[in-house]
Design a protein around this ligand. Sequence first.
Ligand code: ZN
Length: 66
Amino acid sequence: MKIDGKEVKMTEGYCVKCKKKVEIQDPVESKTKKGTKIAKGKCPNCGITVCRMGGIQEKAEMKKAA
Ligand SMILES: [Zn+2]
């Protein structure tokens, strides 16, 4: 998502039901069996579980700043 030409960081995932990228609600970080970081949460539109590879984006940004 871009606002005023700036990339806005948020945890986005692809919702298979809405067939589009959505902002994940209440994302929690998890790991797959292979050890890949993922973020899991709910679609704000339909409420199904949406996953995102690479974990929670906001968290990563906060780590960089600290
Ligand atoms: Zn959805």
